[in-house]
Design a protein around this ligand. Structure first.
Ligand code: FCB
Length: 473
């Protein structure tokens, strides 16, 4: 990528027309607390499940932890200045619940709140709209010890914490996301166990998914009560799921995975019901006895917007008879034997297939559920970067953004009320179980010196924001 012989970035892309986005389109970038803040044990912050998990041997590549991360906690001013240079209209960040309410319930830590007050004030002073995510995977450890998301009480604790945040920042923060990607919290955290807290029980994963959504519904109500003018939404990670062939068995495999990945969340949140076929698929895992009367009404409390995180597409096939199941714990309870197929198309450094049309498809699908404004709250790619002469020429990442913005524009042309786009990520950071080995940032971070270098993609994104669209190429 940084080979001096390679052509300049623009030549890598095909000839493409310029595109303009609707006036007021909210151009942003996103991060999450545990991935960037560091200062894990400072100013009263207590451990979350990600502190415990990353400090457990064998959980995160190379034993990396978020103890220091990008040291954003101490570099807030410098980081907001970089955002201002990019011309960001909005910055999506998450709050570390453990910083604000170290025990997960009860006493509030004023120093924790102060950090977020300073961040929000700094953003506003720079004309950047703060977009606050309440929960990006980092449950306070004491709540996990009390049962975690499979326990119903965690939903009520989340609502209490939401009220704390709404009271503290509701006068300055307009946009609120309750949960980031509940599928990951539930099915990677309690199903396959590759994310914190690392538990591996299919029924617990399903229960966690339900209680996350219940917590979301209660949090929406808490926000409405405290701040009637807040714009409130949730962020789901969605994938188009295609069958590898037209055979009935492959199509059934796609239906099952689509149920678990997408409809498990979209249907309760936006329609107030679980899909019947999904409940049937899960019958050997759980009888859904954790669902109480009124839960689905709470979960489907009306929203102001829906956030969509999009990275890739799943292509799946029916199990092959005679081939033993993978014994590893699965994030697809009840459908463990479905095969995930690779198509041989280009992939990112995560191995995720690059599929920009899948973003158009996904946005159109969500629009089929709701008339609400939609936002792409995350989209981006990991690639191996190299610093050459103090520069990072990340042409692959730039091309990924370009293709996906064109796909987002196609969705707008098709009538989707898409109101904004947040690049993942503002800067390189702690990529969960992959630690610091995967780089998603538009800004390069040297983790030894904490020096930040805006990459080519950052300069390009700044020009996209300036012209509210893409230049012809
Ligand atoms: C999403 C997460 C985000 C980041 C990207 C690459 O699933 O929300 O924190 O890890 O993937």
């Amino acid at each position: 990528m940084s080979n001096p012989a390679s052509p300049p970035a623009v030549d890598v892309l095909d000839e493409r027309p310029g595109l303009t986005f609707p006036p007021g389109f909210l151009w942003g970038a996103a991060t999450a607390a545990y991935q960037i803040e560091g200062a894990a044990a400072e100013d009263g912050r207590a451990p979350s499940i990600w502190d415990t998990f990353s400090h457990t041997e064998g959980r995160v590549v190379a034993g990396h932890t978020g103890d220091v991360a990008c040291d954003h906690y101490h570099r807030l001013g410098e980081d907001v200045a970089l955002m201002a240079e990019l011309g960001l209209k909005s910055y999506r960040f998450s709050v570390s619940w453990s910083r604000v309410q170290p025990a997960g319930s009860g006493a509030v830590n004023p120093q924790g709140l102060d950090f977020y007050r300073r961040l929000v004030d700094e953003l506003l002073a720079n004309g950047i709209e703060p977009w606050l995510t309440l929960y990006h995977w980092d449950l306070p450890q004491p709540l996990e010890d009390a049962g975690g998301w499979p326990a119903r009480d965690t939903a009520a604790r989340f609502a209490d914490y939401t009220t704390v945040m709404a009271d503290a920042l509701g006068d300055r923060v307009r946009y609120w996301t309750t949960l980031n990607e509940p599928w990951c919290s539930a099915f990677l955290g309690y199903g396959s166990g590759v994310h914190a807290p690392g538990r591996t029980n299919g029924a617990d994963a399903v229960r966690a998914g339900h209680h996350l959504m219940l917590g979301h519904g209660l949090a929406v109500q808490a926000l409405r009560a405290a701040r009637p003018t807040a714009e409130v939404g949730v962020t789901v990670n969605l994938y188009p799921v295609d069958p590898a062939s037209d055979s009935p068995a492959d199509r059934d495999a796609a239906r099952r995975i689509d149920g678990l990945a997408n409809r498990f969340f979209l249907d309760p949140l936006l329609r107030g019901s679980y899909p019947e076929d999904l409940v049937a698929d899960l019958s050997a895992v759980t009888d859904f006895d954790h669902v109480r009367d009124g839960d689905l009404a709470t979960i489907s409390t009306p929203l102001d917007l829906v956030g969509v995180n999009y990275y890739s597409r799943h292509v799946v096939a029916a199990p092959v008879e005679g081939v033993p199941d993978d014994p590893a714990p699965s994030c697809w309870p009840g459908s463990e034997d479905v095969r995930f197929v690779t198509r041989g198309v280009p992939v990112t450094d995560m191995g995720w297939e690059i599929d920009a049309p899948g973003l158009t498809e996904t946005l159109r699908r969500v629009h089929g559920y709701t008339e609400l404004p939609l936002y792409v709250t995350e989209n981006g790619s990991a690639f191996v970067d190299s610093v050459v002469d103090g520069q990072v020429d990340d042409v692959d990442r730039l091309a990924y953004f370009d293709a996906h913005l064109r796909a987002a524009h196609d969705a707008i042309d098709a009538g989707v009320p898409l109101r904004g786009y947040f690049a993942w990520s503002l800067m390189d950071n702690f990529e969960w179980a992959w630690g610091y080995t995967k780089r998603f940032g538009m800004i390069h971070v040297d983790y030894d010196s904490q020096v930040r270098i805006p990459k080519s993609s950052a300069r390009w994104y700044a020009s996209v924001i300036r012209r509210n669209g893409l230049a012809a190429q």
